[in-house]
Structures are given as C-alpha cells and as structure tokens.
Design a protein. Sequence first.
Length: 324
Amino acid sequence: MSQALRIVFAGTPEFAAEHLKALLDTPHRIVAVYTQPDRPAGRGQKLMPSPVKKLALEHGLPVLQPPTLRDPAAQAELAALKPDLMVVVAYGLILPQVVLDIPRLGCINSHASLLPRWRGAAPIQRAVEAGDAESGVTVMQMEAGLDTGPMLLKVTTPISAEDTGGSLHDRLAQMGPQAVVQAIAGLAEGTLQGEVQDDSLATYAHKLNKDEARIDWSRPAVELERLVRAFDPWPTCHTTLNGEPLKVWGAQLADGRGEPGRILDASRDGLLVACGDGALRLTRLQLPGGKPLAFADLFNSRREQFAAGLILGQQALGPQEPGQ
C-alpha cells in the first residue's frame, strides 16, 4: 500500500469503536483519539468513559475530550498533531470549517446510511421504521453541512423483515470499518474521487426519544410492527396495561379488527391487539421489574392479566373526586 498516514480518529459509541479497531490493524499511525467528555451513567450516575475512549486507552493512544471544537485552543491542539487525515465516526460534536481544513487530506466520515438518504442522528433506526429495502454505510468527505459532503464509497445490505435497529446496527458496524480502510487507501493513493450528493433526495433522521416509542394504537399495524423492530433495543416501544408500563419487544402482523388498543385474544402464540388498521400479535413483552419474556411464558403464569376486552394504552383511573 502507499505511505502510512498520520490519522486523528474522532468517535464516541460502540459503532465508532469498531472503526477504531479496524484502523489499529492497518499500518497507519493513530496520533490521537478524540471522543466526547465522560458522561454520568447507570444507577450511581458515575462518570463513564465512551467505548472509543476505553479502546484507545487499552492501546495506549492519547485521548482528547474537548467539550467543543469551536475553541481556538482546541483547534491549535489539533493542528499541532499535524494529521494527514481525520476519521470521524458518530463523534457527536460539530466540526467547524477551520477544523475540517486542518488535515492535509481533510476529514472523512463513516455514516450508517446510503446517503443522501437519512442524514442526521439516527439513520439506522429510521431506515427500519420507514420500511426501507436496504441500508448501508457511506464514507464521505466532510463539509460544514450535516452529512452533505461528497460520497467516496458505499457498501449496502438488504433490510430483512426480521431486522431490528440492533441487528442492523451490528451488521453495519462490521461493514463500515472495512469501507473506511478501503477509502483511506484510495485517498492515500489519490485514486478516490467524491460523488456530489443530490440534496433533493435527502431525508433527515431525527434523534430518537422515548416519547415517540409510546405506541399509538390508532396507527396502522404495519407501521407499528416496523416501529417495534426499529426501536429494539432502544428506546423500546412501550404502552400500558391496566395503567402499568408494558414494554413491547416483539410483534407480528396479524388479522383482526376492533377498537385500537383492545385485546382481541390471548394465547400461547401471542397477545392479539387491534390497531387503527389491522392488528398486531405481541410475542415478547416486559412487565415492570421483570425481564423481556416470550408471551407464552407470561400467558402460562399471568393469564388473567391479559383478558380479552382490556384496552392497552389507557391511563389508570385515579380515585374520583367527591360529587363525580
């Protein structure tokens, strides 16, 4: 291969750590690793390092965690590293133009969608939620805009009817690193040319939040089935049963009609629930304080909790005020 490059890596979650692992297996030199500041996590809310930081420290790499890259001091610190290239994967901080201009070969990004489809924070889950036929990873040259830069390399994978946000994430986390290694080789040799994105085809993958994971049973069953898969393992679709939270980990399209949210039937095969159009058979559920279980197991032990006629998603009725 051509000359080894001085690379600065910037990333934060596990998806990014998989890319850093791949770069560590190349002749290129990782001169520094940038990652987000440690965040409180878990019940004790202790400060926890990111997966990228953990991996970098295991390999004795210098770790930098500036809260912003808009600070001139942070920019000077990066420039002093004299990088040939900056590889950015799910870093979580905006890179201003002055930072993009520092590396000799610029900055490249591994983005988990087939750009210009799904620019933004949650491309994997949005692809599953929308019923896309395929997904993939795009390696692009970075610009100041959000995921707008010229595309250098794409790898694709079909999205199956069984794929979840988690399974697609894990597959792309294996495909992306090899694509980045291949793209870096092309950049180093000067053989890789970027393809400008068609902005008219762009869609925005909004960040996930727990509120949108609350199941609205008035929606069509086909949309809700995709939502359950997309939000597995996080933020996890949820509803209520007799006013108590109920997490939904598995659902299948089924025949049935009735008032949205009404339980039509319960059996070892699942909990049949009416939707705005069609019905879902819920196959894997999690009760408060419990772990996710196949509905067959819940049906054996708690059959009376899932009686036909009950309506999911209703709030518990509180005590009535006097005179009501």
